[in-house]
Design a protein around this ligand. Structure first.
Ligand code: AQP
Length: 339
């Protein structure tokens, strides 16, 4: 719970593990941007986390820039939200170590995201296994109250709550127990009907356009119900995506056409394509403009990183003291403050 009279602190991150997609937008970014007016917002680009799957240094650096441009083009306002790179706050992996010492291994053994990723062929490194501990450190180091995410991250936030409680019980009460927050698009299906995911190759990217976008939309998997037959909109991937980009009236109208029959999936896909372009088209020019001025995004991230790091250092002073570790040497702390 937030202290009385204190503003709620929101914290969330997105991995630069590829180009951001509609799942990332409707599950996470959309609410991140809306919440920057509702409390203190801290949003970061999770480049340490992305190292669990991206080990090409150029690809990681480029994806980090791309995530920054996506957020800024979509409306993140650096005057309202602290926006930064995870790696600009090296106190986070320090806290991850401290938390891992009060976390039972059994907790991590239950992580379904780890099991899914390994089942899909991702190397089961220690980093992938310990991913939820690093995520808990990200959340707790800013003493965050609410974590706006998609459904796939809810288990990790429950684990974060356990880790915060374990630390507080072992040492002293430093961490608020955070809660997750889901939006309407908490589980966006991909082209194949599985969760839309960068690593599953089933995404529609937020800033995809033209023929690439058209080909993707037309390739969404549907069943083989003939054109004339009535169809159940709630079982259709095309309709699930249409719901996110169309108005309530348009959604109701489309549902009626599905149920009436004589309306094919091809028509539904064309309508979806138009709506995706209408939804993201206005942001495309802004993203292109921002991409021509890389110094702007870099400046935003550098400033955000300094603000986030100052918060993290204040928490780590308490954590070190509580755990019986000496304060960070003055030279290192001073260098961080100057940086
Ligand atoms: N399909 C989705 N529906 C709703 N929300 C989603 N999110 C991701 N996919 C969907 C939410 O987006 C935020 C950022 O996710 P992330 O990039 O940090 O990690 P992720 O959840 O693992 O996303 P991906 O695309 O599946 O990445 P990879 O393939 O690299 O692991 C989170 O809030 C997430 O819930």
């Amino acid at each position: 719970m937030a202290d009385q009279g204190k503003r709620v602190r929101f914290l969330s991150g997105v991995q630069p593990s590829g180009r951001l997609h509609l799942g990332n937008y409707f599950g996470a970014l959309k609410q991140h941007i809306a919440l920057q007016d509702e409390g203190e917002a801290f949003y970061f680009i999770a480049n340490y986390h992305a190292m669990t799957t991206v080990q090409d240094p150029k690809a990681l650096a480029q994806a980090t820039v791309d995530v920054a441009l996506d957020y800024l083009a979509l409306g993140l306002d650096p005057r309202k939200a602290v926006f930064f790179r995870q790696s600009d706050v090296p106190e986070v992996p320090e806290l991850a170590w401290v938390l891992s010492c009060v976390t039972g291994k059994g907790l991590l053994d239950r992580a379904t995201s780890y099991k899914d990723k390994v089942a899909r062929g991702i190397t089961p490194s220690m980093g992938l296994y310990a991913y939820p501990v690093l995520m808990a450190a990200d959340i707790l180091i800013y003493r965050s109250n609410v974590v706006p995410v998609g459904e796939d991250q809810v288990q990790h936030i429950e684990m974060t709550r356990d880790m915060a409680a374990a630390f507080n019980a072992t040492y002293r009460e430093i961490f608020p127990i955070p809660a997750h927050r889901l939006d309407a698009g908490a589980k966006v299906p991909g082209l194949d009907g599985q969760k839309m995911s960068k690593s599953y190759g089933n995404t529609i990217e937020i800033f995809e356009e033209g023929n690439d976008l058209r080909k993707k939309v037309m390739s969404i998997v549907t069943d083989s119900t003939p054109l004339e037959a009535p169809k159940d909109p709630d079982k259709c991937n095309v309709f699930a995506l249409y719901r996110l980009v169309a108005s309530a009236g348009e959604v109701a109208e489309m549902a009626g056409r599905y149920r009436a029959g004589g309306f094919g999936y091809g028509d539904a896909k064309k309508a979806l394509l138009e709506k995706i372009s209408a939804c993201f088209g206005p942001f495309r020019e802004e993203r292109k403009r921002l991409a021509r001025e890389p110094a702007y995004a870099e400046g935003v991230l550098a400033e955000g990183g300094a603000r986030a790091r100052a918060e993290a250092q204040a928490t780590m002073r308490l954590v070190r003291e509580a755990a019986g570790l000496p304060p960070m040497p003055a030279a290192a702390a001073g260098a961080a403050r100057r940086g």
